[in-house]
Design a protein. Structure first.
Length: 547
């Protein structure tokens, strides 16, 4: 029985990894591409220099873009499942590397608890459920690999660390945090091993500098004196939010800005414990300064580039923020003997934190599911209207019902759809989609086709049309096909005309309406769907609808 007891943390780690994989596969099942991913799918589909090296916002994204292009070429665009699987694998690998790093310093049981907190870090749901955040997760993964390679303290380790650090930096600018960590390690070890190993930092930093000189200097930047002066409280709030998130005490809204509650007193308490520990046993481990350099670089760079929407409590900062808090804790507890009672209490806290954070992960998944419905519906409308839609027609938020499709233009999308397949609903699927999607598809269709009206006052009635009389005050629900429909309104008050096609609960497409005694010509261009439009006439007087 000695083997199971001795290896229980490793067995439980395997179980936690499997549970995380199963949970994330379930939470991401059926989700499609979201927000910034569309910028890559629309504008970076080829292995060309500008596609690879153009910054995304202020970030380098070379490796991430290359991975996205590879997935697009191999799997197409009909499903986002391959990129979700890749993100899950990266998250599991990063958690495993953290466990190895922590076990070397604090033992297997504390390492297991920290790893479980990282695996189920609910407030970081954007990083965990949205494959675009592979940029941040990739930097974390290869940054941890770099730290473990430096643990070897030999030439082979330095070479591996150089490669890992270059890849981490190529994923996102979060890699700069690990460059800072490596620089501290080189500085710490220069007396024993000399300056010859400075290439560990110089090569990745030089590659980043070349990218910056060639492309990165054009990147979006929000560096300002105000941001620099405001950076200390920003950093402290970010650390507080990270502590709060790890312990399951955060309650972030799915949309909007989170606030820190328990995090601030917890951070103060932890700083107090660190000070007390230094009184009892002065001095920090060399690894603490390595991790502290990475932590400070991460948060100060975020502070320097602050704009509204990038608050220190932002969910996408919590994965890296939580990791750095765990790394700091591991270094502070290095060599500390923990008794069974403390381990039991820590285990109970870990389970409670995970239970609370699972709720946040579920809520994040539900929000992304709603975005998937809107995305697939809006794109279905673009495909249905392909015969007449303007190539530059854009899915702006007021049309699409979501800001996640601002990078999608009809021409670029239809070109990609022809080459790589479609993530949109088919017309049949759209007809049975959730109502919110069908409603939005009608709105997009009305703009993309587009529908148009022309009102003529005192027009003569059409003697040849096939007409239906709508009695005053009763409304209507008339089927319309493509072509021109005349709506002849008898004298009286102004009337309104509304349309629907896939929607059932309402008529989401209004027109300008018309004054009494007028004729309105409603033009519906032909498209690829056989489903008819439905017209609602709301008027106090009678009207004739002629097709």
């Amino acid at each position: 029985m000695a083997w199971p007891r001795r290896n229980a943390p490793v067995v439980l780690l395997g179980a936690a990894l499997l549970a995380s994989a199963a949970l994330l596969l379930a939470l991401t099942h059926g989700l499609t591409f979201f927000q910034d991913t569309w910028e890559f799918l629309m504008n970076r589909r080829d292995f060309e220099a500008d596609s690879l090296f153009t910054p995304h916002n202020e970030h380098i994204a070379v490796v991430q873009v290359a991975v996205q292009i590879f997935l697009l070429e191999v799997f197409g665009m009909s499903s986002a499942a391959p990129e979700h699987v890749l993100l899950i694998l990266a998250l599991l690998a990063a958690a495993t590397l953290f466990f190895v790093y922590a076990r070397r310093r604090v033992g297997p049981w504390p390492a297991l608890m920290g790893t479980v907190l990282l695996l189920f870090l609910g407030p970081a749901w954007q990083d965990i459920l949205w494959p675009f955040e592979l940029g941040f997760v990739g930097s974390v993964l290869f940054g941890l690999a770099m730290l473990l390679a430096l643990d070897r303290d030999d030439r082979k380790g330095d070479i591996a660390a150089t490669v890992f650090l270059a890849i981490a930096t190529g994923f996102s600018s979060l890699g700069l945090s690990f460059i800072a960590a490596a620089a501290v390690n080189v500085l710490q070890r220069h007396r024993e091993r000399g300056w010859g190993r400075a290439y560990v930092v110089a090569i990745p930093a030089g590659l980043f500098a070349l990218w910056f000189l060639g492309w990165g200097h054009d990147a979006e930047s929000h560096l300002s004196l105000q941001n620099i002066l405001s950076s200390p409280p920003f950093v402290l709030e970010g650390l507080a939010a990270s502590v709060e998130s790890l312990l399951g005490l955060a309650d972030p809204p799915v949309e909007g800005v989170a606030t820190v509650g328990w995090g601030q007193p917890l951070l103060v308490a932890l700083i107090g414990l660190v000070i007390y520990g230094q009184v009892r046993r002065p001095g920090f481990s060399p690894g603490f300064w390595v991790v502290a350099a990475a932590t400070a670089t991460n948060w100060f760079l975020a502070a320097f580039n602050y704009i509204p929407g990038r608050e220190p409590t932002t969910g996408r900062y919590m994965y890296a923020g939580g990791l750095f808090v765990l790394l700091l804790a591991v270094e502070l507890l290095r060599g500390v003997k923990v008794n069974r009672t403390v381990l039991l209490v820590a285990g109970a806290v870990t389970l409670a934190a995970v239970s609370a954070n699972l709720v946040i992960l579920r809520d994040g998944s539900r929000w992304l599911d709603n975005q998937t419905v809107l995305t697939r519906s809006d794109l279905a409308a673009i495909e249905i209207s392909r015969r007449s839609v303007d190539p530059y027609f854009a899915l702006a938020p007021d049309v699409a019902g979501t800001p996640s499709l601002i990078d999608v233009q009809a021409g670029k999308y239809l070109e990609a759809e022809r080459e790589y397949g479609s993530p949109a609903y088919t017309p049949t699927e759209l007809a049975s989609a959730p109502e919110v999607g069908r409603r939005q598809a009608d709105i997009v269709l009305s703009q993309a086709l587009p529908l148009s009206t022309e009102t003529i006052v005192d027009a003569k009635p059409d003697p040849q049309g096939v007409c239906t009389t709508v009695p005053g005050g009763q409304g209507s629900d008339l089927r319309l096909g493509p072509g021109v429909t005349r709506i002849e309104l008898e004298p009286g008050p102004a009337a309104s005309f509304n349309l629907r096609r896939f929607a059932v609960a309402e008529y989401p497409v209004p027109t300008e309406g018309a004054p009494g005694g007028s004729t309105t010509l409603l033009t519906i261009p032909p498209d690829t769907s056989q489903r008819p439009w439905r017209l609602q006439v709301q008027a106090e007087q009678a009207a004739r609808v002629c097709r």
